[in-house]
Design a protein around this ligand. Structure first.
Ligand SMILES: *Cc1c(COP(=O)(O)O)cnc(C)c1O
Length: 450
């Protein structure tokens, strides 16, 4: 069936690489989608604005593989931007979801499934004592910020340039010029008054943090950071720096929020906080926690969580929060993650894969680095040994990524359509997948550099 859809003719790739795969059906769907949705998509990065061609419309995913509307098959390293740590359509997740769905899909009343997912998390996580389920990472972070403000009775928050925390108003703020700046809104429609409450500093800069605490003494409710910043390249921080954030927050009565929407359940079950051995005050989760369905969560000590309504004065609610079908997917997925050896196998597989790609590039003196941690990796066209700040990324290198992305798609490898995005490896990626992927990556690198 799929084979009959495969186009025999292929477009020429005028940049001299492998001929382009057919995107006829995807292009037709995209043309239609553009009449329905702004930019033809329901989330901007999907529009392929920073890479070649129109977005691929996906028809099916299974294990490590994706199929698009034209019948092209790919090894998927986007994994729905992180949630699919078990790969697509994992039988345990699918079956649990189907069985729970037989009993109805939403009640707006508590179910035992919420307790079950909470127990799975809390019994295996020493960082939080209570949590609240929401329906997205954005919601988790937005609620965590409100909780920090309500708890400390302070208004200002401090965030880092190069960290993404979803699309709530307080966080769509970027750095102005200067060491410590009030943010400038990074989206139209965010009132300046919101940006005025958000201080933005560069990552890996202690002086900037110290200056912020001097300038805004007693006013900062929370520092929020992705402990493993993975939304603007992979800007790995040093443990000592994260420890410094922990200490200076405590000294100033400021809460430390780790946004672990990507790193939670990815870098081990307890995420980056346990990996670095640093206990933040509030944690946010998303992506993996929902097994591919929309779930987010924020959690903290029972004392801090006691400030959330209806126990406390910080209001937060949701019609579909704790949705039974979504809880079912989360339960099934997290149960698999708790199997002995799950993370060590995944990390080892990723380590071997990225090391092979790096040696290939090094042997040819390509200006190319693979940064990685756990099962997250980032392809960067740089020769820097470390990239820790957003302004250390050379924007012009994205032209090379664009070329690479096209070559990879033409060889059956699907990466997120932007050089600022990281890739993920799932437990469904087999040795053979990774061997095939390596070969395609080697050929693509040669096409880009020669
Ligand atoms: C993805 C992400 C978010 C936003 O989550 P959504 O589910 O897309 O709203 C927030 N913070 C981090 C660190 C993320 O990676």
């Amino acid at each position: 069936m799929l084979d009959s859809l495969k186009k025999v003719s292929v477009d020429s790739n005028e940049s001299g690489g492998k001929p382009d795969i057919s995107r006829e059906r995807s292009a037709a769907l995209y043309a239609k989608a553009k009449t329905y949705f702004p930019g033809g998509v329901n989330s901007p990065v999907r529009a392929f604005k920073s890479v070649y061609g129109t977005p691929l419309f996906i028809e099916k995913g299974d294990g490590s593989q994706l199929w698009d509307a034209d019948g092209n098959q790919f090894i998927d390293f986007c994994c729905s931007w992180g949630p699919l740590i078990l790969g697509h359509n994992h039988p345990k997740v699918r079956e649990k979801v189907i069985s729970v769905m037989q009993n109805g899909m939403s009640f707006g009343a508590p179910t035992a499934l919420e307790n079950e997912l909470a127990e799975l998390i809390l019994n295996n996580n020493k960082l939080i004592e209570k949590l609240r389920f929401v329906s997205s990472g954005t919601e988790a972070v937005m609620s965590a910020i409100r909780l920090a403000r309500g708890y400390t009775k302070r208004d200002k928050i401090l965030k880092f340039e190069g960290c993404y925390h979803g699309h709530s108003d307080s966080l769509l703020v970027k750095a102005g010029s200067g060491l410590v700046t009030f943010g400038e809104t990074s989206s139209a429609g965010v009132p300046k008054a919101f940006a005025d409450e958000t201080i933005v500093v560069a990552l890996n800069d202690r002086k900037a943090i110290e200056t912020a605490f001097e300038e805004f003494k007693g006013q900062i409710a929370a520092i929020i950071i992705e402990p493993i910043p993975a939304n603007n390249g992979l800007l790995l921080q040093e443990k000592a720096y994260l420890q410094f954030l922990r200490e200076i927050s405590t000294e100033n009565g400021t809460l430390l929020i780790f946004d672990e929407v990507i790193s939670g359940f990815r870098i081990g079950f307890e995420g980056a906080a346990a990996y670095y051995g640093i206990k933040p005050d509030i944690l946010t989760y998303g992506k993996i926690i929902g097994g591919g369905l929309p779930v987010g969560a924020y959690g903290a000590s029972a004392e801090i969580m006691g400030h959330v309504s209806p126990d406390g004065g910080v209001y937060q609610g949701g019609t579909l929060s704790g949705n039974p079908v979504a809880m079912a997917a989360g339960i099934a997925q997290l149960t698999e993650l708790l199997q002995p050896g799950f993370y060590s196998d995944l990390d080892k597989k990723t380590g071997e894969f990225v090391a092979a790609v790096q040696s290939f590039a090094d042997a040819r003196n390509y200006k190319f680095k693979v940064f990685s941690i756990g099962s997250i990796f980032w392809f960067a066209f740089t020769d820097q040994e470390a990239v820790r700040r957003a302004d250390e990324i050379d924007a012009s290198s994205m032209e090379l990524f664009k070329k690479m992305h096209r070559e990879l798609l033409n060889r059956g490898i699907y990466l997120g359509p932007s050089g600022y995005e990281v890739g993920f490896i799932s437990s469904a990626h087999t040795k053979t997948d990774l061997e095939n992927a390596k070969r395609a990556i080697f050929d693509s690198l040669e096409a880009v550099f020669n």
